[in-house]
Design a protein around this ligand. Structure first.
Ligand SMILES: Cc1cc2nc3c(=O)[nH]c(=O)nc-3n(C[C@H](O)[C@H](O)[C@H](O)COP(=O)(O)OP(=O)(O)OC[C@H]3O[C@@H](n4cnc5c(N)ncnc54)[C@H](O)[C@@H]3O)c2cc1C
Length: 340
């Protein structure tokens, strides 16, 4: 699928989201790519319920609430999201535009690229099971994209956090049988989910095992079973078609490092009039960039997005003069926001 737009944003963290607003006020349309399955970056992935106290005008707001408000604020500009996709390659076209490719086959062609990749892409931690790579993408999955994929399958879910428990409960009606495997009989997940899981186990509707996977069995990427070493040191085999390990996420700079953009200690150096990189038309805003005096604060990233948008406008509409306007007094801006 090839999409043409004005701006392709890598990262739907708070800074990528607010950039949509600033770009939208200047009539620039955006597509955003994020490897996560929802917007918010660190705010929703690492601290959704923690209060933030230094967002101007919001004395206290949780990570999730801030993201909800940003989503509401950018709604008039109808941003298009590509979740669960890793931006992998960037290529310059002969007409001067960029083609951004994702690992899901999406291609976004745009005159402007905004790297809002934060501390890098969130990537699932791989459990230490020998040979697990051979099953990844076929029988071992680190995210659930479509529940139907697991219909009538024996599913082994590994982990004790919210993702493991949520998918245990969500997939239970779809799968043939769910086995939840965790290292110990204590869970980090929400207590309500743990209670629901325990009720299913008590009713004989799913299995809970305590221990670790030590090896996998199968052929040509197709899993048939797993060997489990229990906490009592007993070794048993269970039949399974699918394994879903939820061992948390790590952050890696990832493919951004391969795009020919200058890097400094895994950060992207930018100038500070528009937060453009050493490559014309590619900007970097938020936690991913570096410049003298940089602070990794959300409010700083918002400012960077505003200045970036002014220069991005020149790439998309080189012939149009940009007139500076306030949202309080400009009827044209208010029209774009749908408030007049
Ligand atoms: C515990 C904690 C508390 C914090 N408290 C505060 C606070 O009180 N006040 C404050 O101002 N800041 C706080 N911060 C910092 C704040 O969260 C960050 O400054 C902010 O999230 C940066 O936003 P961002 O959009 O630049 O990056 P991120 O939030 O990191 O989002 C970047 C997104 O890009 C995606 N991505 C990266 N590479 C790719 C790729 N190649 N393909 C697809 N997707 C990709 C990632 O998956 C991620 O979703 C806190 C951070 C933490 C961890």
């Amino acid at each position: 699928m090839t999409i043409e737009t004005d701006v392709a944003i890598i990262g739907a963290g708070p800074i990528g989201l607010f950039a949509v607003f600033e770009l939208g006020l200047l009539d620039l349309k955006c597509h955003l790519v994020d490897i996560l399955d929802r917007p918010g970056g660190q705010c929703t992935e690492l601290y959704p319920e923690k209060p933030i106290y230094d967002i101007p005008g919001l004395p206290i707001v949780t990570g999730q609430e801030l993201v909800n408000r940003l989503l509401e604020q950018i709604k008039p500009f109808d941003p298009q999201f590509h979740f669960g996709e890793m931006a992998t390659a960037l290529e310059k076209l002969s007409d001067g535009r960029w083609k951004l490719k994702t690992d899901a086959g999406t291609e976004i062609v745009a005159p402007v690229i905004v790297v809002g990749a934060g501390a890098g892409s969130f990537q699932p931690k791989r459990p230490p099971v020998p040979g697990i790579e051979a099953y990844e993408g076929t029988s071992v999955h680190y995210a659930v994209r479509k529940m139907e994929t697991f219909r009538d399958q024996n599913v082994l879910i590994v982990g004790g956090g919210d993702s493991a428990l949520d998918w245990t409960l969500n997939l239970h009606p779809v799968a043939k049988r769910i086995t939840l495997l965790h290292r110990r009989d204590e869970f980090r997940a929400a207590p309500h989910s743990v209670e629901q899981m325990r009720a299913l186990v008590a009713g004989g509707k799913m299995d809970l095992r305590l221990g670790q996977v030590t090896s996998l069995a199968g052929t040509e990427g197709k899993l048939t079973g797993a060997t489990i070493k229990g906490n009592d040191n007993n070794v048993t085999e269970i039949a399974c078609d699918t394994m879903l390990p939820f061992f948390g996420l790590t952050m890696k700079l990832g493919p951004v490092a391969n795009w020919g953009i200058a890097l400094e200690n895994n950060l992207v150096p930018v100038e500070t009039s528009a937060f453009e990189t050493n490559v014309s038309g590619i900007f970097a805003i938020g936690d991913i960039n570096t410049y003298p005096g940089k602070l990794k604060l959300i409010l700083c990233g918002f400012h960077e997005g505003a200045l970036m948008s002014q220069k991005a406008h020149r790439y998309v509409y080189p012939e149009k003069r940009l007139v500076f306007q306030y949202t309080t007094s400009s009827s044209s801006l208010q029209k774009k926001l749908g408030v007049s």
